[in-house]
Design a protein. Structure first.
Length: 333
């Protein structure tokens, strides 16, 4: 099987080419006429990379997203190989030829290991059937859609049959994993403050035009929150972070929401990065440094839940999602 993710620079020197790859993707942001997309991407990456390198220097000089995704893949591989999967399918639509069990590959959209490099490796290993899971719980054409489009382009050159899982925003083990982290996060506040903790779900923003064109992302974000609040009684708000470019983005922004909550008297705030399943610059810099500093100036104590990363409940969720996908594909009973 194959886990797909956004990717991130693995060094400060990689920031500029990573940004170029990111802004070259017209499915994320449309920079003028299509023939100007790459020239403008080059210009933007040239203008922004120094500032962005500064952000990455504050979180260890690189993105941890690849390391975490590889760790998730290893944990998932172990879980699948301990499950009934090997009994259901003696082998092998998903592993290396000549081996028993499952191999979980990792590929990234905008930085190494790139999809175009991993697919040939998968084919070389003798795999002919591939379950594909994007690590974006809520579907958007800018994330899952773009990633699967790139995969389809690359995989068309190989005799590989794939089954792609497009979203899993309401998987109950995933919901339980988030609820578990929210409960733990609330307990990090003083006992006398626990009843006064406000939960802020912060999702990656998206151009409003995408939603107007039918993108289900915002609806699925709200559906995920709806499942969470069935299981835990909290006061909550939703905001959007990480917007870039001159287009209209989903609102309210997390920055504006912090100001609004401060005006309402909120003093204890637990941030839940609802659209992210692993640590990267949006959690480690934007929330933990930028928003935390802003909140402090507004008189708010801001804490963040631990990212799901390799939490046992989250790995169990991924396992359940994969096994369900195999059955839907007709590759398991």
């Amino acid at each position: 099987m194959l886990l797909l993710n956004l990717g991130g620079p693995d060094s400060l020197r990689a920031v500029k080419p990573f940004l170029y790859n990111l802004f070259s993707d017209r499915q994320i942001i449309r920079l003028g006429p299509s023939f100007l997309q790459k020239p403008l991407a080059w210009l933007i990456s040239s203008l922004r990379h120094r500032k962005t390198e500064g952000f990455y220097s504050l979180i260890g000089g690189k993105s941890p997203i690849c390391d975490i995704t590889v760790a998730q893949a290893k944990a998932l591989e172990e879980a699948l190989n301990k499950s009934q999967f090997t009994e259901i399918t003696p082998h092998p639509p998903l592993g290396k030829a000549g081996q028993s069990g499952v191999k979980v590959y990792v590929a990234m959209r905008y930085w190494h290991p790139l999809i175009e490099d991993v697919v040939p490796e998968i084919h070389k290993d003798g795999v002919r059937r591939l379950i594909v899971l994007g690590l974006y719980p809520q579907f958007s054409v800018a994330t899952t859609g773009s990633t699967l489009s790139k995969l389809a382009e690359v995989i068309s050159k190989y005799p590989l049959e794939i089954f792609s899982i497009r979203s899993w925003y309401d998987n109950q083990l995933y919901i339980e994993a988030l609820v578990e982290e929210i409960r733990t996060g609330i307990k990090s506040f003083k006992k006398e403050s626990i009843g006064e903790v406000h939960v802020l779900f912060s999702a990656h923003s998206l151009p409003v035009k995408f939603i107007e064109e039918g993108d289900p992302y915002a609806d699925q974000i709200n559906a995920t929150i709806g499942e969470i609040v069935k299981k835990i009684d909290i006061q909550w708000s939703l905001s959007y972070q990480s917007k870039s470019g001159p287009v209209q983005w989903l609102e309210p922004s997390t920055e504006k929401m912090l100001e609004k909550l401060a005006e309402k008297g909120t003093r204890n705030l637990l941030v839940v990065p609802i659209s992210f399943v692993s640590d990267h610059i949006e959690t480690l810099y934007e929330i933990d440094i930028l928003y935390k500093g802003m909140a402090e100036k507004l008189g708010i104590r801001l804490e963040r839940i631990r990212s799901l990363n390799t939490s046992p409940l989250f790995i169990a969720a991924l396992q359940e999602i994969i096994l369900k996908g195999m059955k839907e594909a007709g590759w398991a009973e």
